[in-house]
Design a protein around this ligand. Sequence first.
Ligand code: SF4
Ligand code: ZN
Length: 474
Amino acid sequence: MSFSDIPVDVGPVYEGERIRANQMFVELGGPKVEKHFELVRVKPESEIEDNKVELIGPNLTEMEEGGRYPIGILVEVGGPQLEEDLEAVFERRIHEFCNYINGVMHLNQRYTNWMRISKQAYEKGLNDLKMLGAVLIRLFKAELPIIKKAQVTLYTDPEKIQEPHAMAMKIYEARDERARGLHDEDVDMFYGCVLCQSFAPTHVCCITPDRTSLCGSINWFDARAAAKVDPKGPIFEVPPGKCLNDLAGEYEGINEMVKKRSLGEIERVYLYSGMEYPHTSCGCFEAIDFFIPETGIGHGIIDRNHPGVAINGLPFSAMANTTGGGKQAPGFNGISIQYIVSPKFQQYDGGINVVVWMGKSVKERIYDLLPEDIRDKIPTEEDVNDLGDLIQWLQEHEHPIVNTPEFQAAVGGAEEEEEEEEYEAEGAMLPMGTMAMTVPGVGGVGGFKVILKNCKIHAESIIIKKIEPKRKKK
Ligand code: SF4
Ligand code: ZN
């Protein structure tokens, strides 16, 4: 495969390249552009004009420096062994292949795709978007030899992108809907994906029916199809083995796989928890599930499209830094949007019943799929501005969290007796948050109040001993 006709270098070495706003010639897609997408479709070979690249809308030479434009990337592929289930997995490779081009940065996937072309690359001659299509076709056929024919259509016209964008949204939804009908207990095989290790070397995704990959683009069916056609490829089978903890979603097979693939860095994963042994996050998660210590046990969810800050005062980008990179970050978990509507969603931490805040953009997307008895009790940025408002809103709307001892302890409404019971329970795991307890002085008057903020305590047991004052020998 040759790229001698492309004026910039192409290869995996450029994958980590970042193009900052002041280095970019133009931005294509991304959060500031309304409609954009990328989609792969499998078609009969007879309907594909091999190597054809079509551009519908202005080319780079007709764009203004520093401007932002729509981008639609439609890749149509054919081959005797291809099936529709492979579309999503092929589609995920668009990210990787675009990043191979020196001077092109690609982030995210589906309808959140976001690209930048650098000024330097433009000056070197990368001034025709059709070159991008040509590179994609060559890489698809070289890296995935079961693809025999490919054609690419690129859309940059804000009007003409509408129709293919609507079609893409329908296809994403159909894929998600199919996956929602299947659950972890219905299958005897899980899957793993290491496509993101070039960015986060210790990260491996565990893909199960309930836990769609955190990038949102590979569900269990897609992973199964990919592992079938290329068992030694980046997406592979993971026999779940013995279930060690049903509620947490801890499986012997997942632990073994993660340990091996993270080169010993990660040893245990609770599939359904963002608080203990959480699934690692690379960088392309659709949303973040974050703990809100001030509510004792509550969580918030923010997605990439959220314009401002979350209820904890942090924007998506700041939380993404803490969440990503392939480490386990209790309290910050990268997730797919589909996972939120799974009955297994972080069930170890309290599930959907402890979600106390959601960004409007993510809530709107899944509103119809959320349990009816909870969905109107979860506020967005339109309902509450700060943590004080939030606590009040939860109490006024009788969010189920208000009856939990954790919430009551955090907001200072708990009866002291209840708190004591908590502390005395054997092996008690107290969630991170704000705890208050009183240590009385000798004689029962005065004493101290100990407040533990943002802490996590694990104790096998607590022994309370009375301290006898020592008598001085005469
Ligand atoms: Fe694969 Fe996970 Fe990366 Fe998606 S986020 S491409 S499933 S490793
Ligand atoms: Zn990733």
